[in-house]
Design a binder for this molecule. Sequence first.
Ligand SMILES: Nc1ncnc2c1ncn2[C@@H]1O[C@H](COP(=O)(O)OP(=O)(O)OP(=O)(O)O)[C@@H](O)[C@H]1O
Length: 654
Amino acid sequence: MSDPIFVPAGIRPSDEQQTIQTTRARHLLIEANAGAAKTTTLALRIAQALHRGASPQMILALTYTAPAVQALQAQLRLIGVPAAQIAALRIHTFESFSAELLLALEGPGALQLASLEQIRPYLLRAIERAQSWPDERYPEEMAVTASSEALVEGLLQSFAVLKGGLGVEQRLGDVGLSPEMAEELGCDYFTLRVRGAFEAIRRGGHPDHPAFRFDGDACYDLARALLAEEGLATGEHSPLALGLALIVVDEMHDTNRAMFTVLKALLQHNSRAAFVGVGDRDQVIHSQAGAEAGFMREHFEQEIGQPMRLPLTASHRFGATLAQAAGLLACKPYLAAGLRATEICLLPADSHRLQAQLIARIAQEHLAQSGLQDLRLLLRRPSQSVLIERELLKLGIAYDAQGLRPFLQRREVLLVRGLQAFCSNDFSGFPDKAQRAQVLEAMMLFCGAWIDSTELRHVDAVTAQRRAIEEAASPVDGMHDFIANQVLRTASDFARPRLHAAMELLRAGGLSTFARGFMQALDPAGLARAVLVRREDITQVRDNIAQLVQVVLAEDTSVADGFQMLHALALVQSRVRGKSRVTLSSIEAAKGLEFDHVLIPHLSRGEFVGEAGAAESRNLLYVAMTRARQRLTLAFNPQAPSRFLLDAGLLPGP
Ligand SMILES: Nc1ncnc2c1ncn2[C@@H]1O[C@H](COP(=O)(O)OP(=O)(O)OP(=O)(O)O)[C@@H](O)[C@H]1O
């Protein structure tokens, strides 16, 4: 009997796509360029399985990020899979799949922590515990001179790699930790010891489930349990024996060891399931979580089996010009299917201010036309949005934000706006209660303040703060007393002199003293260092305030006028409702998605770099550029363009 073939709506599959759709190979791997229809072809493969009679519950699709889940659902809709079937499919990130499975096994109770700041106290406790262990075999290794606070960032980064790579679990066996083993794992003994203490704290809450989980922990916990065959039934009773007919993995280049362990177990316990994995090694932007393209190559071959490999040769998303530039940037061949021409526009601007003005004008023109749908501004770092947002708001342009907060709502910006409102005793810039509460929360955070109240002394610190802020934010005039009596009075010894120095400049009101002295007086990086974790976040706080100072100075009259203008912009923003066709976004939040017009600003020397290193920055630019369908605009300083523009052949070399 011939195989019934699913015929999609919306597109005509290429021969390559159809081969992948219908092949019955047990293990199939596809490495292909961005836009070469990997996700769409996975959707075709899923539709084919449904067409052959599999029920949606027999199909599991796994991705690394939540946007990739949405992208797959969108492609399933595009090719005509009914909504009810899409809803019934098992489509998850590795993390949400693992969390769901663990929930079924453990029952509720493991606290899900959402921010690095919530993890921080546990980590500080782990450092203390590890350093005071009485039977330490290598005490000289534990005599670390840096302060605990300074160690937090590096430790968390090492933990992410160890967790994703399952390094300790794989090597440890029955042997204890040693400096030699730490060296083999690429970290130091101290880190391994603290990691041990941290895990003991994390697991110590309850016999059946850990006390808390953070991002990546669900997949890690599941992988660890699988490796240790701990608490998991085996054979047909295994929680992973789901009776699957098809398992697909999108974004497979971002797979780490923990994810791969879960995948291997899934294939083992669903022996009738076919597997299709797709990825593009130039899109690895999560190496800090142990992502490795090797899981599509040697590890797969050695640990799962020899897969069939099929190609997807050409981009269906964009035309030949962009394919060529992306190919040059990533040093690989790149073809376009020739469905459309994609225009690349260069936007040179000598200053950041001019760049922001030009971008706002482009956004205005975009909204005035109807040919192109979405304009997505892709930013390397959040602070790069400040001047651009100011210009957009000045033109009254509505925009959304993805993967970053609009600058007027960033905590450090609220801190400074709150201080200025306090100095002028004018809180009219915060007309709604939720916003007033956010200002007070931000001030409490950066000032290291605590609630000193006899009424609230019986409740825990978090509840006390929530209640006190709730009460103070209700009337507009509650702000002043709260800032004076709680924030400033209980501010840490470190924060207090900085706050007073900053307020002095705000009260004086002169632009030139403000310009010269505000950053030094407030010391935003110092304030941030005391309460935030990641170095990149701390740098962002500093950069955001530096940009804020620039925005206030641009008003050119007085400090008070500058802040009035900020309040006015905030009002414009609060009126912006609904979905806009202009979106400011981090690159990470756009991965796997596509937009008619993509604009990448700040492609100047030293601006498109970050903590992660040159290779990851290059991959980020590659991901960003390849989101464009019809038009790609690249903004840069012509005196000092980014090296990447030259590498992509978009500007002539020196
Ligand atoms: N046969 C086809 N004909 C026309 N358009 C197609 C075809 N196949 C896919 N497309 C379109 O090509 C675009 C890119 O496809 P898709 O998102 O699947 O690529 P991808 O390889 O997963 O990209 P990325 O690596 O960036 O996530 C989408 O707009 C999709 O609808």
